[in-house]
Ligand binder design. Structure first.
Ligand SMILES: C[S@@+](CC[C@H](N)C(=O)[O-])C[C@H]1O[C@@H](n2cnc3c(N)ncnc32)[C@H](O)[C@@H]1O
Length: 273
């Protein structure tokens, strides 16, 4: 059996990381972060906790690998198509009332969701006057997202999602195939700004008409979820939209009365106070 880190060791390790690298993972959901530290130790053949601690404290490159292991980067184009369909049907008509729109895509991973949103905005004549700010804690995935190159073999599945999401054209209109990859069209990247941003520590950087953050809060404990929801609340204009996706919830947040529900399944809310 590999490493089974104790709560005390986990606390100490995350404290060292916070001091040394300025990243605070102490409010990530406990079971999940312990599992990931154990996995990280196995992958790197560290036999005990002291090995992990010593190497992580002294090797910056290893810390980059640690972030990759700690954060789950799974994503896909038009993931949960019903979410995108709902956005297009219930939110886009209200977004047309703004002459210019700023959207924050928080926890964008490798960018598949960002390109999906851009495509749907384009098909609904909303992309031209929209800027999408896409951020993630992980520098490596942000770089991939900016490049917009995805494996060709996934396009069949992404096309099925696109059609279920209400896509009106052909997904292949938006990319060029290059051997076993596809390169997303430049015209889609035009209004995208990619950057690293840590939801567990960094402040707001703009005011937005819509914030999308799916499959990210589930990795945080309740305190950190509350802090991040406060950050989103402060970053939204009045009547702006918060789209969290079906797996998240604001039911336990004290901010719930400051939002009205636009769609209860897809957890799409509108700031009203
Ligand atoms: C499972 S992916 C979700 C990607 C996409 N939103 C989706 O639903 O397909 C979770 C992403 O959250 C990012 N993440 C985790 N902790 C974060 C933090 N503190 N600040 C910003 N992003 C974070 C991870 O790096 C990862 O890319």
């Amino acid at each position: 059996m590999g490493l089974q880190i104790t709560n005390e060791e986990k606390g100490e390790l995350l404290g060292i990381i916070r001091e040394r690298y300025g990243y605070d993972f102490s409010e990530y959901a406990e079971a999940s972060i312990k599992r990931r530290i154990n996995r990280f130790a196995d992958i790197n053949s560290f036999e005990n906790y002291f090995d992990v601690r010593h190497h992580l404290a002294n090797d910056q490159n290893l810390f980059v690998a640690f972030i990759l292991e700690i954060t789950v980067n799974v994503t896909e184009m038009f993931r949960d198509p019903a979410f995108f369909k709902c956005l297009a049907e219930k939110v886009f008509p209200l977004l047309t009332t703004y002459a210019h729109r700023k959207v924050w895509h928080a926890g964008c991973s490798t960018g598949e969701e960002v390109y999906s949103l851009a495509i749907l905005l384009k098909e609904n004549s909303l992309y031209r006057d929209t800027i999408i700010y896409a951020t993630d804690i992980n520098t490596k995935v942000v770089k991939q997202a900016r490049e917009g190159v995805f494996p060709l073999k996934l396009m069949k599945e992404f096309t099925a999602n696109y059609l279920k999401a209400g896509g009106q054209e052909s997904l292949s209109d938006y990319y060029t195939a290059d051997y076993d990859s596809v390169i997303m069209n430049k015209s889609l990247k035009k209004n995208m700004v990619f950057s690293t941003h840590n939801l567990a520590g960094d402040t707001s950087f703009n005011e937005f008409q819509m914030i999308i953050c799916r499959n990210v809060l589930i990795y945080f404990n309740q305190e950190l979820q509350d802090k991040v929801l406060q950050l989103f609340y402060e970053s939204l204009c009045m009547f702006g939209f918060l789209a969290l996706g079906s797996k998240e919830s604001i039911t336990h947040s004290k901010l719930r009365d400051k939002f009205e529900v636009i769609d209860k399944n897809e957890k799409i809310f509108r700031k009203i106070a």
